[in-house]
Design a protein around this ligand. Structure first.
Ligand SMILES: *Cc1c(COP(=O)(O)O)cnc(C)c1O
Length: 945
């Protein structure tokens, strides 16, 4: 059987049955009816013939073999670390973890929420600040977020500038420069040798330790900043903080950084979880997701995402940031690393790294090199009297990459896996000899003396058995794709095939440093070039950048390209983006981040863009129109006939067309945004191209453009010098040149194994599955929007508003009741409040679709009992869903429905049943009393109620 036959859910006979059900003879007929002729692709995609799983892996192995595995001591934000096998196998390689969705349905997400809370706790404790979020995309963007956040949060200095440490990572300076320029925020880059710069300073960013390894006394700068009412962000290395005084103790307001060295592979630059922690009082300004503790209906502690009102789904262009997909899976792994090692284990690792760095320092000095800084953690810098190239070459010969800072200066970052053999070889390359030393301790004044990570979770799981079972216990609480369809509209939760996943663990991909010499990363280049070519062929654009590490960062990159294009044409005034009301919240938030303002375009009765309103808006904004952002097929799940006209209108007005490509799953092989009118699109490889969602990341959001925008694609992060000057435009938008490179083999495998025919089948079956569900449920839950022919694209919106009006049962009640059936809910209230958006994807088989349909029909009957007045809403099985085993087995039962009705509403559940670990969670209460740290064990009252 070919791969595509495994990737698609329905068997041939099922397909024919489903086609007949929706009224068609053949798939072609259905697809010809659904997809408008005006956008239809004539030819097959130009892609190589599909390979089998083993053939594709063999070809990929050839690329892997072109990479050179070395001992990585380059540092600069990426450090050699050891992924404990128990974490690799039980989290990173475990579909129970990697196929889960962002925990917006907290009752079925308690495991990953606890794991993320652990991550937050580690960050809070090590940074010494009170609130930490559940990950950001990378350290460079985290610093940029902090710079913008301080601007927003500083109520005393409103129109000032910020000052950033010239010894932040070079790539951070480039990313920050781009963000600040887009927003028109002034800043200076300085080494603070003469203290803080004069003027209206609203914020300061300090690095700790500096990128060249130095640990400085930053306390006086922090105090001076506060005297001038400026806020202070410290970019800190979390592992160093196990030894050093925390930013919180030193008085910082914000701490940011990366957690890659908490057990994550280098992966040629990503994905890794960045972190941000803030003082209490700043939490409403915090970007990214935040896990908080609330209670369920039985009064037990329960985890949930807190303060979602900050997010772009609600606040749109006024959101705290555009980040939607972040780095959940990597944060979970980093948190687990801390759980497994505990505070004493982390400190031991840190001490060993420091001791080894000190031995390198001593040997280097012996060999006649000049040690640049006396106080360092794991990174030693030497001045070499112009011998930098020579020493880098010598180390290379010994199988070791070290960093050249300039012709004179090198630095060496010692990693977790570097034993004495590696250190001896390194030191020999420097001309010295490895010995012991106690000469280079970190000065007493810098050392932390407080305890951290005292919660039992960081002390209980030391044996591998205990750890394995803890991870299993957590994932057992969750629903991921390994147990149920996740029919989330707009999220495309399709198969993440095992053969696609395996290669990311191969050392030839996992251990390559993003700053390694190009000839060591030839395999990565071959893979990236080929994947880029394929994605260009699929989308019909001319060029692509794989740098954005989420869909939203793809949007930001694309909008920046549009802005740069207008500027180059002398159209500085083109700063208004037209965005339909139904657009994903990230569209507006990204526009704001790119320094553009947002004008809404109305939605017509049938869900399409209101062309008359568009014309009005174009007239109103005239030559200030920068462009339009449309989603195609629209977020309403329909291929709009007039898309070509919409693009034409905007082009005629001098604007550019941004096609949000998150819904490309309905188009692959059928239509191309680059051909029907788009100038730029981002794709979501973590939706359409099989990268798993990871509980909220990682993501890859490539930005594809037509020729005229190619020169504005995000550039190389390493062209800026250490002072951040001389950066060649365009600036990078992510820390690593290829963003989340480490997960690109997944999408490569998917395309290599499906080919043109298979991609087209993916689209066609996605359309078939969605139409089958729409057809089967339409009578009970009216499908809100369809094309003229009564069909949908790859998803459908079920309208519950009439049912809610007559019964009081809400769409949310239905989501919670679906949990009792073992289902993950569809997308709730987006893009239309009071509705559910269902996207089954091509990977679900007929049995699973029917199981969902049966569940929804059963729920409909339950709703009708409420409408009829037979059952009171508050007492209904719907309002009291989901039902925990605890509630179901309690000695008292005084509900108007039976226990069996609650737990086994359909008989098949007796064969396989999921019990949520908590009942319905009080969201608002959790926001009123915000708690974002692991609750003490006593909080879990174990007596039955
Ligand atoms: C998912 C999605 C996005 C955002 O993608 P992230 O990777 O979560 O940032 C943008 N637009 C649409 C239509 C989407 O569905």
């Amino acid at each position: 059987m070919s791969f595509i036959d495994r990737h698609l859910g329905p068997r041939e006979s099922d397909r024919d049955f489903m086609l007949k059900t929706v009224g068609f003879e053949t798939l072609d007929e259905l697809v010809d009816t659904v997809v408008p002729d005006s956008i239809r692709l004539e030819d097959d995609l130009d892609l190589p013939a599909p390979l089998s799983e083993s053939e594709a892996q063999a070809k990929l192995a050839e690329y892997a073999a072109q990479n050179t595995v070395m001992n990585q001591m380059i540092g600069a934000g990426y450090y050699d670390s050891i992924t404990p096998a128990v974490i690799r196998r039980n989290i990173l390689e475990n579909p129970g973890w990697y196929t889960s969705y962002t925990p917006y349905q907290p009752e079925i997400s308690q495991g990953r929420l606890e794991a993320l809370l652990n991550f937050q706790n580690v960050v809070m404790e090590l940074t010494g600040l009170e609130i930490a979020n559940a990950s950001l995309l990378d350290e460079s963007t985290a610093v940029a977020e902090a710079a913008v956040m301080m601007h927003r949060a500083n109520k005393k200095v409103k129109n000032g500038f910020f000052a950033i440490d010239s010894r932040c990572l070079p790539q951070t300076l480039s990313v920050v420069r781009g963000r600040a320029e887009a927003l028109g925020i002034d800043f200076v880059v300085t080494d603070f040798a003469d203290g803080l710069p004069e003027g209206d300073l609203y914020g300061v960013v300090l690095s700790y330790p500096a990128h060249d390894g130095e640990i400085r006394d930053i306390k006086p700068l922090i105090d001076q900043a506060h005297e001038r009412n400026a806020l202070v962000t410290v970019a800190a290395d979390l592992l160093a903080l196990t030894l050093l005084k925390s930013p919180g103790e030193l008085g910082a307001d914000v701490a940011v950084g990366n957690t890659q060295r908490f057990g994550l592979p280098l992966w040629y630059g990503g994905p890794h979880a960045a972190y941000m922690a803030v003082h209490k009082g700043m939490e409403r300004n915090l970007p990214g997701r935040l896990v908080g503790v609330s209670t369920d209906t039985a009064g037990k502690p329960a985890y949930r995402l807190a303060l979602q009102t900050r997010e772009q789904h609600i606040r749109r262009e006024k959101a705290t940031s555009n980040i939607c997909t972040a780095q959940a899976l990597l944060a979970i792994a980093a948190g687990a690393y801390a759980v497994y090692h505990g505070p004493e284990g982390l400190r031991a690792i840190a001490n060993r790294l420091h001791d080894n760095a000190a031995r390198v320092a001593a040997a280097g000095v012996e060999a006649g090199l000049k040690l640049v800084h006396q106080n360092f953690f794991d990174t030693v810098a030497f001045d070499t009297e112009g011998k930098a190239d020579q020493l880098v070459a010598a180390a290379l010969k010994a199988g070791i990459n070290i960093r050249k800072i300039n012709d004179d200066r090198i630095s060496i970052s010692v990693g977790e896996s570097h034993g004495d053999d590696v250190l001896a070889a390194l030191v020999e390359a420097l001309g010295g000899e490895l010995g012991e030393t106690d000469e280079y301790g970190i000065a007493e004044e810098f050392l932390r003396t407080d305890e951290f990570m005292q919660h039992p979770v960081f002390h209980t799981y030391r044996s591998e058995t205990a750890m394995m079972r803890y991870l299993r216990r957590l994932s057992d609480k969750d629903l991921a794709l390994d147990r149920t369809m996740i029919p989330l509209g707009s999220c495309t939760m399709k198969l993440n095939a095992a053969a696609e996943m395996e290669p990311i663990s191969w050392p030839e991909f996992a251990t390559i440093h993003p700053l390694a010499p190009a000839d060591q990363a030839k395999g990565w280049k071959a893979l990236i070039d080929e994947l880029s070519t394929w994605l260009v062929a699929i989308t019909g654009y001319d060029a692509i950048s794989l740098q954005p590490n989420s869909g939203a960062s793809g949007e930001y990159a694309g909008l920046r390209a549009i802005r740069a294009y207008h500027k180059a044409n002398g159209d500085d005034q083109r700063t208004v983006v037209l965005i339909p009301m139904s657009a994903h919240g990230t569209n507006a938030a990204s526009a704001a981040l790119a320094g553009l303002s947002v004008a809404g375009v109305a939605t017509a009765e049938d869900g399409s863009i209101d062309v008359d309103d568009l014309k009005l808006k174009i007239e109103k904004y005239g030559d200030t129109v920068a462009g339009i952002m449309i989603t195609y097929p629209s977020t309403h799940g329909v291929f709009e006939e007039q898309v070509v006209e919409v693009c034409q209108l905007v082009h005629d007005a001098g604007g550019q067309v941004y096609v949000d490509g998150a819904n490309l799953n309905a188009q692959m092989g059928l239509a191309q945004p680059g051909k029907f009118g788009g100038d730029v699109s981002h794709l979501n490889l973590h939706k359409t191209f099989s990268i798993p969602h990871g509980g909220g990341g990682p993501g890859v959001g490539p930005v594809a453009v037509r020729q005229h925008l190619e020169k504005y694609l995000p550039g190389n992060g390493y062209e800026a010098d250490a002072e951040g000057k001389l950066a060649k435009a365009p600036l990078p938008i992510s820390q690593a040149m290829f963003g989340s490179a480490g997960v690109l083999p997944i999408s490569w495998m998917y395309i290599a194994m499906t080919g043109a025919e298979g991609l087209k089948s993916s689209s066609e079956y996605a359309i078939l599955n969605a139409n089958y569900i729409a057809h089967e449920l339409n009578e009970l839950f009216p499908v809100l929007y369809t094309g003229d022919h009564g069909l949908v694209a790859h998803e459908c919106i079920l309208d519950l508003r009439q049912l809610t009006a007559e019964s009081g049962v809400t769409a949310e009640d239905v989501c919670k009741r679906l949990i009792d059936f073992g289902f993950h809910a569809p997308t709730l209230a987006f893009p239309v409040p009071g509705t559910l958006m269902v996207e089954p994807t091509e990977s679900e088989n007929l049995e699973e679709l029917d199981r969902f349909i049966e569940a929804m029909r059963t729920i409909h009957a339950e709703i009708k009992e409420v409408s009829a007045g037979t059952v009171a809403l508050e007492e209904s099985v719907l309002r009291n869903a989901p039902h925990t085993a605890d509630v179901l087995t309690a000695d008292t039962w005084n509900r108007p429905y039976t226990r069996a009705q609650a737990a086994y509403p359909v008989s098949a559940l007796r064969l396989a049943k999921y019990f949520p670990s908590v009942g319905r969670i009080d969201g608002a209460g959790g926001d009123r009393h915000l708690v974002c740290e692991c609750p003490p064990l006593e909080a879990f009252d174990l007596e039955a109620k």
